[in-house]
Design a protein around this ligand. Structure first.
Ligand code: DGL
Length: 256
């Protein structure tokens, strides 16, 4: 079905999901919307995020998106259930990968780095109860990390120092598995890898999200049948967008 899949995040973070999605769904058109006028989501209230997610959903539906991906752990854990009640379009989200981490860890100690909004959400607590009751979870709010990615400071010494202050206490407690619970954080991987010991496994759930998108499209008979090449279109709610540093395409301004 020649309709795009809509993605949204507060900024560039959700782009970290696209390689896995394009790998298994190469013919699907993608509309990516970065809500940079309202970034970051991590410190916003449930009500604020829900309001924003409703506006974005309506906009993506106006673009005839056939499925909407909340390419953001904060938005998913805060509002996906509510969106599913209000809109009939299928939604796929991303949340911290507690279950795979619990199956991976040998020491029984798992670190979770995520935003305040994600770590405080009911969905995250439910997932910890369901899948994390037999392991020790060390939760750490990644204050400031989204800004480091958005403002092109990934390789700054200050980013290294900040990440070290979050990761070292986990390493000291014998963490052998790290969950990156924010889609912005995979962009920090080169720095994270300099800090954590090589035996620490990092859980990447982008492939699982991509498979879930495919599953939902197949279930609902929404897959693109033509084998023509796909187009990706990028939108930002801010006049000045950071997306252009990550994708080599024009960024369309979309006031929301
Ligand atoms: N990339 C998002 C997430 O996965 C949003 C982070 C933010 O805006 O604070 O949580």
């Amino acid at each position: 079905m020649k309709q795009p899949i809509g993605f949204f995040d507060s900024g560039v973070g959700g782009l970290s999901l696209l390689p896995a999605v394009s790998a298994i769904l190469p013919h699907e058109d993608i509309y990516y919307l970065a809500d940079e006028a309202f970034s970051p989501y991590g410190d916003k209230t449930h009500k604020e995020i829900l309001e924003r997610a409703r506006i974005i959903t309506r906009k993506l539906l106006a673009f005839e998106c056939k499925l909407i991906v909340l390419a953001c752990n904060t938005a998913t854990t805060q509002v996906i259930n509510q969106l599913r009640k209000e809109f009939s379009v299928p939604f796929v989200g991303i949340e911290p990968a507690i279950k795979p981490a619990a199956l991976t860890t040998q020491t029984g100690v798992v670190g979770v780095l995520a935003t305040k909004g994600t770590l405080n959400s009911q969905l995250f607590h439910k997932s910890c109860l369901e899948h994390g009751s037999k392991i020790q979870l060390i939760e750490q709010i990644g204050t400031g990390l989204v800004r480091c990615v958005e403002s092109n400071k990934i390789n700054d010494p200050a980013t290294f120092t900040l990440l070290k202050s979050y990761l070292n206490p986990m390493i000291d407690q014998d963490m052998d598995t790290l969950v990156l619970g924010c889609t912005h954080y995979p962009f920090l991987l080169p720095v994270i890898k300099k800090i954590i010991p090589s035996h620490v496994q990092i859980i990447d759930n982008s492939k699982a999200v991509a498979k879930q998108i495919k599953r939902r499209l197949v279930e609902q008979d929404l897959c693109e049948s033509s084998t023509s090449s796909s187009t990706h279109s990028y939108f930002s709610s801010a006049t000045k967008s950071n997306l252009g540093r990550f994708v080599n395409q024009p960024i369309n301004y979309l006031p929301l």
